[in-house]
Design a protein around this ligand. Structure first.
Ligand code: 5CA
Length: 445
């Protein structure tokens, strides 16, 4: 993409309404625009990151054996009367009446609808296990929408629902979600710690939240800091292997890590003092096992291997897809702007032409752009007629992890500069070597 033809409405001033750094940078980098309290348009740069996060979530869900579908944003109220949640949900639910006077709502989550789909089509244990998920917009009329996309009213969520014949199979589904979530967050460059949590309006007694440590997080967290060193890495997971998957979960949930809702000061005090930490975290996902809460009230029954009709065992599992943009920025920025991890960056690399209109510079930049494209990498080429300082400031603000800079002096010596946004370190090399370097970095992502 050539910046001269792109739509990147960068703001020079700090927007007054933004209280935290991710909100400030998302507005300044022209990623989002607020349309109403807690409701945003996703401008092209923000939209690209949102799509990358969605892609990672999809890939890791499919890898775990989960099946994508798409349910609507609007739902009939009657489904929610069956589970009893129509009245329970209260003011957070946006209720709508259509022209036929039918009561509808903008879905805050989809347990009822997925249970309805399941009961319409599945009757036998032979069709289990089954896990269905979608990535769809939700609406919760939050009392205090704030911090940009972190606590929106309209937000994008991945929500998945498992259907299993018994408790053991459902707990395996729970564990599969935990491991696939850990892998998803790691691919986004995040450390998200599973913490034992409270279930709230979803229900059930077995639930973990995934928290990214950040000063600006809304949850108070208590943890043994050795938990932050755990990494899933590249290990090969067989999602059908109950023992292997359960072992990984055990590894990630044995050290103390809890939110204020489940914190137990007595247990916390037994952690060696140097590892005992109190901090704040951003909740980027939550998994729930709730058994037959919805299948009983909504009559989702299956015939088991003894010929009995029993309510199906369920759980639900959510990732805050749009919130993740905020969480990633909170975890990865400096005073100049965002620093995107390679896994989610809107463009893999920026090209800065230091002397637009100079034939050597223009040709070198066009060549680099083409060579990167041939390797499947779409660069953002700053081809505007601007001062170098302004070009660097834009690149630093929007946070592309790598920059290739071409200027007349370097090109006279046959070199361009490759700069890491994270370390600020630059290295001179030939055009070919620069393209190879970037391609090599992204081969791993
Ligand atoms: N049905 C279950 C799991 S599918 C559910 O709704 N879980 S949840 O309430 O925990 O939401 C899942 C994730 O969505 C949360 O972990 C959080 O990351 C994100 N989320 C929740 N509310 C908001 C909000 N107002 N703005 C942005 N993201 C949100």
């Amino acid at each position: 993409m050539r910046l001269s033809r792109y739509f990147l409405p960068v703001l020079k001033e700090n927007p007054a309404e933004a209280q935290i750094v991710s909100h400030r940078y998302m507005l300044r980098a022209g990623m989002i625009k607020q349309q109403a309290a807690g409701i945003y348009s996703w401008l092209p740069l923000g939209y690209r990151v949102l799509k990358r996060i969605e892609d990672i979530v999809h890939q890791e869900q499919v890898r775990a054996g989960h099946i994508p579908l798409l349910m609507p944003t609007l739902q009939p109220a009657d489904l929610w009367r069956e589970s009893g949640r129509y009245d329970d949900y209260g003011q957070e639910m946006l209720r709508i009446t259509d022209r036929q006077k039918r009561e509808m709502l903008y879905g805050p989550t989809n347990e009822e609808m997925i249970t309805d789909i399941f009961r319409s089509h599945v009757n036998s244990y032979k069709d289990l296990p089954l896990t269905l998920y979608h990535i769809q917009w939700k609406f919760r009329d939050e009392m205090r929408p704030r911090f940009g996309v972190m606590r929106g009213r309209e937000f994008l969520m991945k929500d998945g629902y498992n259907f299993d014949i018994d408790r053991d199979a459902a707990l395996h589904a729970y564990n599969r979600h935990m491991v696939s979530y850990l892998r998803s967050y790691e691919r986004m460059g995040l450390t998200a710690i599973p913490m034992r949590a409270a279930s709230g309006p979803i229900g059930g007694d077995n639930t973990h939240e995934f928290l990214v440590l950040a000063q600006t997080g809304e949850s108070e967290v208590f943890y043994d800091d050795r938990v932050t060193a755990l990494k899933l890495g590249q290990r090969d997971i067989d999602y059908d292997d109950r023992t292997q998957v359960a072992k990984v979960c055990e590894e990630f949930t044995t050290l103390y890590a809890r939110t204020d809702e489940t914190h137990d000061a007595g247990v916390f005090d037994t952690i060696p003092e140097e590892h005992r930490k109190v901090g704040r975290g951003i909740e980027v996902g939550q998994i729930f096992y709730f058994g037959t809460k919805y299948s009983e009230s909504m009559g989702a029954l299956v015939v088991n291997d003894k010929g009995e009709r029993v309510p199906v065992e369920m759980g639900s599992h959510g990732i805050g897809v749009s919130r993740l943009l905020g969480a990633i920025i909170e975890a990865s920025h400096d005073e100049k702007g965002i620093i995107w991890p390679e896994g989610v960056t809107p463009f893999p690399v920026g090209i800065v032409n230091l002397k637009q209109g100079d034939s050597a510079c223009d040709a070198a930049c066009a060549g680099i752009y083409k060579a990167l494209a041939a390797k499947g990498l779409e660069a953002l080429y700053d081809d505007r007629d601007e001062r170098a300082g302004a070009k660097f400031a834009t690149m630093d603000l929007i946070g592309l992890p790598w920059r290739i800079t071409a200027g007349p002096r370097g090109l006279a010596n046959g070199v361009v500069e490759v700069t890491s946004r994270r370390t600020g370190e630059s290295e001179e090399m030939s055009v070919e070597a620069a393209v190879d370097r970037i391609a090599q970095i992204y081969a791993a992502h």
